[in-house]
Design a protein around this ligand. Structure first.
Ligand code: DX5
Ligand code: ZN
Length: 219
């Protein structure tokens, strides 16, 4: 199983984002960009024009996590702008199949995310439209929350659903050296980590440590 670490810059220093990204790009698979609109979640991060600048200046691919209401129209625009991956939330999307297709049509990977209270069963039907499932392990909105270990049943269920398909299974929220192992054991292969990385003394070293811990768990 391949392991991917996609660090979130939500807890990085927003006044110096370029240098924050440059500190970690060489050890990251993609940079996870949390886009929040203060409607779908009670927090705001970037509008499209600010996000576009970050995407344009990023030395590696962006994994855009769109926590915005009525995401159908804006999601393909993120893809068109060059994101490597664009994840929409099932709870915020009017036409999931079409929006996933529209993201892919712009050359980006398409992800489908669900909040902690949302069951994966209702979305199994989109299995052939997605490149990644995102299982939230905190309520979306803020970094630094506690990892919800009770989401591991959902991760296991989603791993079973994926079977041998080359679909990534991402977890986001509270991932750290303490929690990554049980997420790997449950079947996740793609890990967002925000505060664990940016609150550590050496963010790049922490990413490498997370990757090593995950790989040790796989083998
Ligand atoms: C939460 C965001 C996460 C968050 C992760 O809504 O989607 O990506 O930044 O941060 P930590 O790792 O601190 O939970
Ligand atoms: Zn996120």
């Amino acid at each position: 199983m391949d392991i991917r670490i996609t660090p979130s810059i939500l807890n990085a220093d927003f006044d110096h984002l370029d240098s924050e990204i440059n500190r970690i790009a060489h050890v990251s698979d993609l940079i996870h960009l949390d886009v929040m609109d203060n409607i779908f979640v009670p927090n705001f991060t970037f509008d499209f024009s600010t996000a576009s600048e970050i995407i344009q200046n990023c030395p590696i691919g962006i994994d855009a996590h769109l926590m915005v209401a009525d995401v159908d129209k804006i999601a393909p625009q993120y893809a068109e702008f060059g994101c490597a991956s664009v994840t929409i939330h099932a709870e915020a999307t009017a036409d999931i199949a079409s929006t996933l297709k529209n993201i892919k049509a712009q050359g980006s990977r398409a992800g489908l995310g669900i909040k902690p209270k949302t069951d994966i069963d209702n979305y199994a039907q989109f299995i052939d439209d997605v490149d990644m499932f995102l299982i939230m392990t905190v309520e979306p909105g803020f970094g630094g929350q506690k990892f919800m270990a009770d989401m591991m049943d959902k991760v296991r269920k989603t791993r079973k659903l994926i079977g041998t398909r080359p679909i990534w299974l991402q977890v986001d929220g509270g991932v750290s050296l303490e929690t990554i192992e049980i997420a790997v054991e449950a079947g996740a292969d793609t890990f967002v980590a925000g505060s664990a990385v940016f609150k550590s003394e050496d963010p790049a070293k922490m990413i490498t440590a997370l990757r090593m811990r995950a790989l040790e768990t796989v083998h």
